[in-house]
Design a protein around this ligand. Structure first.
Ligand code: KG4
Ligand code: ZN
Length: 336
């Protein structure tokens, strides 16, 4: 079974071809970083316009790389939400039009389900497991009992982890997206030079909060730049900030495993590409006999392979949400 995956929920235009849910025949991702970088964040109208300009070229390239024709495709899977409505509509309408003309089914995929199932492109993970989804828009802890069987245990009450990386990078003048550059700068800094707060919230809470940490970084920078604070470097601030985010992500994930008696964690989403998080999570969980799985970095950040994968499993294990191409619609706040 050949699935064409299409992902345009935010600022990546992506298409992929997946055979039998396992063999990734192509995975094409066009980033819009250059377009949004001058603004220090994503400008929805520019994202939507860029998707329109590129989507057909990206699908063509995905088919070419896979050595396939449109007529070989059995199923199209496209992200229906959550995300930016102007972005989602481009991928979804393209998928609907293609499916209609080819007389094949189209499936709407929840972007977060795509992130969780990205790991299945590399290896099978036995159910149940804990998924920590850490991206630019989400920080969720989710119990995964099977395909299509998800139970949210905790989520951020304000900023997402990736969003806090992006905002701190902007304050430090590092550019956009912030995650990779904060990680790089943090390697040259001392995480102990400046202490930043961790929001643990109520006892046993599995929710997150990163807005206080962001404010603390802003205040530290303000004091330092006015000569009233410690003389820590930008690199020290990046390291101290990253340390605080990673501490909370690791401790809350382990706490969720204890509360739910889970022995496996899948960490996914753009922030899961962070090498320091990968090392700390793996090392700390090992001490508690918990196995940790990460998709490779290219499958952590937004891609269409994960959407094709989720579409494949949805078609095998779940009731189709809509098999009529015309009934699918974009849902910017689609719940998980
Ligand atoms: O999953 P993703 O590509 O898009 C969303 O669904 O949001 O995640 C993007 C987020 C951005 O906030 C970006 O700064 C962050 O992931 N990110 C990272 C790293 N690479 C990407 N954060 C920390 N360290 C990284 N290496
Ligand atoms: Zn994402």
């Amino acid at each position: 079974m050949l699935v064409l995956g299409i992902e345009t929920s935010c600022d990546e235009t992506a298409a992929a071809v997946l055979k039998d849910g396992t063999f990734l025949r192509s995975n094409v991702i066009a980033s819009q970083d250059e377009i949004h970088s001058p603004f220090g964040g994503i400008v929805p109208e520019l994202a939507g316009r860029s998707h329109v300009e590129r989507i057909h070229l990206i699908i063509k390239k995905a088919l070419k790389d896979a050595g396939a024709q449109l007529s070989d495709i059995d199923l199209i899977a496209a992200t229906e939400g959550p995300g930016l409505v102007v972005s989602l509509l481009v991928g979804l309408n393209t998928a609907k039009a293609l499916a209609y003309s080819l007389r094949i089914p189209v499936i709407g995929v929840n972007h977060l389900e795509g992130h969780v199932l990205a790991i299945f492109l590399q290896q099978k993970v036995a159910f149940p497991f804990l998924a920590l989804i850490v991206s630019g828009g989400h920080t969720d802890l989710c119990r995964v009992n099977g395909f299509g069987k998800y139970q949210i245990l905790g989520r951020t009450r304000d900023d997402a982890a990736g969003e806090s990386f992006d905002k701190v990078a902007k304050m430090l003048g590092f550019g956009f997206p912030g995650g990779p550059v904060v990680e790089k700068k943090a390697r040259q800094g001392n995480p102990q030079a400046q202490a930043f707060p961790r929001a643990w919230l109520e006892k046993d809470s599995l929710d997150f909060s990163f807005s206080g940490l962001k404010t603390s970084v802003r205040n530290t920078l303000h004091k330092r730049d006015n000569g009233n604070g410690s003389a820590c470097s930008d690199e020290d601030i990046a390291a101290g900030f990253q340390e605080a985010v990673v501490d909370v992500l690791v401790q809350k994930a382990l706490s969720a495993c204890r509360q739910e008696s889970l022995k496996r964690i899948v960490v996914t989403g753009g922030v899961a590409a962070n090498g320091y998080l990968r090392d700390r999570m793996t090392e700390t969980a090992r001490k508690e006999g918990i196995e940790v799985f990460f998709p490779k970095p290219i499958l952590c950040t937004d891609n269409a392979a994960m959407i094709a994968c989720a579409g494949y499993y949805r078609s095998k294990h779940c009731q189709p949400s809509a098999s009529d191409p015309f009934s699918l619609d974009a849902h910017p706040n689609l719940p998980f």
